[in-house]
Design a protein around this ligand. Structure first.
Ligand code: SF4
Length: 401
């Protein structure tokens, strides 16, 4: 298949972490398999150990992804970022991930300096595996560290040890992965303040380029929700999580990591282009079971179950399960809400250039009220969340939408 016609390519893929008027174009690939299911997880993923024969699904799933990408690239590329998420993408051989990436390159196109990320579970990777990823064209790895305290990891239902987590990070760097992210989770019922500090300090010492820190949420239908509902585990405490968030800001800031989004910190020039594309309300294609895509105000999603996704792709049918088109004011409110999650906020002049003169006027009453309440502020032509608003982003979002 010959490469598709392309739209204008940004001169260079920005890694500044600031809101972008032209955020590029993204591709998301979903790999819905894990070694086992973590207690808090509500992602669309299926555990290998708990589902007999799941490994037999892997190869047909890769074939289905390649067929989907070839059939539905939509002539919209080239991609400035590609993100393989899950699930645990690194449960698949690096060659299979490379085959999927090659399909993206051939059908969508990928700019030369694109950010190409894969999420990795510490238990599934070693130096050879990382070498395979580099050979396939990946240049960024996001490792699910979550905690460096055994009790906390056990409570979350993670089966790796702190040593294995840090080992994965060391080995990724030794293999020459140019960009490494470490994911952490804070505010679980098993975590004390000193545990959180120890996790942050341990990860900082390992010196990744980027650190994501997410507050634990109790999602319906998870084993954690049952534990909380039956009183066997305390619910998460938002005040305590706010304290932990402050600790993260303090320790990461002191170590040279700048916060560019509510939950994301990076060394200068190492912000994730794919994250910023999401927060800048950019366009992206989504491939894989349950994957979502967004094109010019239309969101679409694929069949959730891997077997349904595989059956559709194998039969040459579209795996799409649904779509919705946002009315223009909702689309602008959503872009505003997403942009305010970035530490930069949105650039007012660029925002109006992109969405049309006067688009913000429609939302002026809500914006004024949020400014009055001290949740957002305008400075130097940028509209951003205040330090208080940063932790109340969901409230800002619900008031804008
Ligand atoms: S590894 Fe990630 S995706 Fe898989 S079950 Fe655990 S939290 Fe969910």
């Amino acid at each position: 298949m010959s490469p598709p016609t392309t739209i204008a390519v940004p001169a260079a893929v920005s890694r500044s972490g600031e809101w972008l008027e032209d955020p590029g174009f993204g591709v998301y690939i979903h790999i819905p398999f894990c070694l086992h299911r973590c207690h808090y997880c509500d992602f669309n993923t299926y555990a290998l150990k708990e589902s007999a024969g799941a490994e037999n699904v892997h190869r047909p799933y890769v074939d289905a992804l390649v067929a989907d990408i070839e059939a539905n690239a939509l002539d919209r590329g080239p991609a400035t970022s590609v993100f393989f998420g899950g699930g645990t993408p690194t449960l698949l051989p690096a060659e299979d991930l490379g085959r999927i990436l090659a399909a993206v390159r051939a059908s969508v196109g990928i700019v030369p300096d694109a950010e190409i990320t894969v999420e990795a579970n510490p238990e599934t990777v070693d130096e050879r595996y990382f070498a395979g990823l580099l050979e396939a064209g990946f240049n960024r790895v996001s490792i699910g560290i979550q905690s460096l305290v055994p009790r906390v990891l056990a409570g979350l239902g993670r089966t790796h040890s702190p040593e294995v987590a840090l080992g994965a990070m060391t080995v990724a760097k030794r293999a020459g992965v140019p960009d490494v992210n470490g994911d952490l989770i804070y505010g679980s019922p098993w975590e004390r303040s000193e545990d959180w500090r120890a996790s942050l300090e341990g990860l900082i010492e390992a010196s990744p380029d980027h650190i994501s820190a997410y507050a634990l949420t109790v999602e319906e239908g998870t084993p954690l929700a049952t534990l909380v509902a039956t009183g066997r585990v305390a619910d998460v405490d938002p005040d305590l999580q706010a304290d932990r968030y402050e600790i993260a800001g303090e320790l990461l800031g002191r170590a040279g990591y700048g916060r560019y989004e509510i939950s994301n910190w990076a060394r200068r020039g190492r912000a994730s282009a794919h994250n910023v594309l999401y927060w800048s309300a950019g366009n992206y294609l989504g491939f894989g079971a349950g994957a979502h895509g967004h094109l010019d105000g239309t969101r679409y999603w694929s069949k959730r179950l891997p077997r349904d996704y595989i059956a559709a792709a194998a039969a040459g049918r579209s795996p799409e399960a649904g779509r919705e088109t946002l009315a223009p004011p909702v689309r602008v409110a959503e872009a505003l809400m997403l942009g305010i999650r970035l530490a930069s906020g949105i650039n007012l002049a660029s925002f109006e250039r992109r969405w049309g003169d006067g688009t913000l006027d429609v939302h002026a009453p809500e914006i004024t009220a949020l400014v009055t309440d001290g949740l957002i502020e305008e400075a130097g032509g940028w509209l951003r969340a205040t330090p208080r608003g940063t932790f109340l982003a969901s409230e800002i979002g619900s008031r804008l939408l």
